[in-house]
Design a protein around this ligand. Structure first.
Ligand SMILES: Cc1cc2nc3c(=O)[nH]c(=O)nc-3n(C[C@H](O)[C@H](O)[C@H](O)COP(=O)(O)O)c2cc1C
Length: 321
């Protein structure tokens, strides 16, 4: 049984958990311990374009420990990216072997690597040998066949990975259906490294059920559930101090902070609205009037109109746990 507090990690969510989101999040909510940045693709270039690294520049980050993530399948490019990230001050890089999107997996990137243990072995052999940083990996159960991870684990166990994050779904499932906790248990027992659980931690009760079933796991990664309920880490760390009546004003402050960060860096209403509409796909889920609010703000074409809608609906909203 773990006696210390669990380590809670923000899941990388490309397009959503940007440096702006992460900076705002940490100003308004407590309980999160670590953040993982959305993936950076490895590139075959003499010099890595600084634009690729902007999201993980230390000066753009929240102050919480940040783990950059890469996606790719070429050992040389991977090592080169690790050196660039090490130069920025990072000592760990995560390798994405979980991305389920077809165009990515067709190129044997992300989850597309899961059925190829020999390829993973060759890449890890090179990367672990030549990188100045520790390597962790984020995996799913397989592409269509959930036994693929079990076949990959003997390869993963050969390397001193700092952590293996397991999201117990197949790539074909995308984000649908349920997580397979029996398959997670099998993988957890077979893995010799530190294991982090990821998937569907949407409320305190589910978190506690996973923690109870796997009492030796101390690390949990939270994605969509935390976006919908940014108080979730606080609820997990201090389950007896739930102050739901302060939640709506805190969401209002967080939203104002985030929208002004995007207004400062994006040009014109349209890109800001795009970001904010994506934000509300999650953030409306616990609002009593969230469905109506989302329907209305999806149609907004101007920032002024958008802000009026947010103000109007938040004034009426209750938090629904
Ligand atoms: C819009 C979106 C973007 C994502 N981007 C990434 C990414 O860049 N890297 C990654 O490893 N996983 C990515 N994921 C997967 C999440 O990190 C996480 O593994 C998944 O959502 C399951 O956790 P959850 O049930 O807590 O959301 C993304 C998921 C979504 C929905």
């Amino acid at each position: 049984m773990t006696t210390s507090a669990p380590t809670l990690i923000l899941a990388p969510m490309r397009g959503i958990t940007t440096m702006h989101y992460r900076q705002a999040f940490v100003r308004h909510f407590q309980g999160l311990d670590v953040e993982m940045a959305p993936f950076i693709p490895t590139v075959n270039a003499e010099r890595i374009n600084p634009k690729l690294l902007k999201d993980v520049l230390p000066e753009n980050n929240s102050g919480l420990p940040l783990i950059p993530q890469i996606i790719g399948n070429n050992a040389d490019d991977f090592v080169q990216m690790n050196i660039a990230l090490h130069d920025l001050g990072y000592n760990e890089v995560n390798w994405n072997m979980g991305c389920p999107h077809k165009p990515i997996r067709r190129k044997r990137r992300g989850s597309g690597l899961l059925p190829y243990p020999d390829t993973v072995d060759t890449i890890l052999d090179q990367v672990c040998e030549r990188s100045p940083v520790k390597i962790s990996v984020k995996v799913r159960l397989g592409v269509a066949d959930k036994s693929e991870l079990m076949k990959l684990i003997p390869v993963l166990n050969k390397y001193p990975l700092s952590e293996v994050i397991v999201h117990p779904r197949t790539a074909e499932q995308m984000y649908d259906g349920t997580v397979d906790l029996d398959a997670f248990e099998e993988a957890f027992q077979a893995l010799e490294q530190t294991v982090c659980y990821n998937g569907d931690i949407n409320d305190l009760a589910f978190f506690q059920s996973v923690e109870k079933r796997f009492p030796t796991i101390g690390r949990f990664m939270l994605g969509r559930g935390l976006l919908a309920n940014p108080f979730l880490c606080e609820e997990i760390k201090t389950p007896h101090v739930r102050k739901c009546d302060s939640y709506i004003p805190r969401i209002r402050d967080f939203h104002e902070d985030l929208v002004s960060r995007y207004e400062a860096v994006l040009h014109g209403d349209h890109p800001v609205l795009g970001k904010m509409k994506e934000f509300w796909t999650y953030q409306t889920l616990h609002l009593s009037n969230g469905r109506k609010m989302f329907k209305k703000l999806k149609k907004a074409q101007r920032l002024g109109n958008y802000k009026d809608i947010v103000t109007e609906f938040l004034a009426e909203a209750d938090w629904t746990p």
